[in-house]
Design a protein around this ligand. Structure first.
Ligand SMILES: [Zn+2]
Length: 132
């Protein structure tokens, strides 16, 4: 009985193959299309949030190190070459450090254990351009 089901499935699935390929191609094309429209834009500033409050804002143009000491939580955010990364953290999982470098608008580095969030922003971005 089980084998029969399998055979039935195999038989019915075969004519769908062309449709499957078509769907994959359509999805691929729309993914590329969406990527072109919403292409990650390079940010110009970073915002650092500590305990959900804006802690600091820095220009990505200037290389610097920002040390955050907050109730025993320790994070070092580094801006270097127009990119930002979490250089050091005393958190357990080190996920934030492993996230590496980011420089695109709305990209984030999150250190959940220490409640530190670094967001890349672009205050001068022309958002109307997307709609037009
Ligand atoms: Zn972390």
């Amino acid at each position: 009985m089980e084998n029969l089901e399998k055979i039935k499935f195999f038989k019915t699935s075969k004519p769908c193959k062309l449709l499957d390929i078509f769907i994959v191609v359509v999805l691929l094309i729309s993914a590329i299309f969406l990527f072109i429209i919403f292409k990650p834009e390079k940010g110009t500033y970073i915002e650092i949030y500590v305990d959900n409050e804006l802690y600091a804002m820095y220009n990505l143009d200037t290389d610097r190190e920002i040390v955050i000491n907050n109730n025993g939580n320790y994070n070092v955010v580094e801006i270097i070459g127009g990119k930002v990364h979490m250089k050091e953290s005393n958190c357990q999982n080190q996920t934030c450090v492993e996230m590496g470098y980011i420089d695109s608008t709305n990209y984030k580095i999150v250190c959940a254990p220490n409640n530190v969030i670094v967001i890349v922003i672009n205050p001068n971005a022309d958002y109307d351009g997307i709609a037009g």
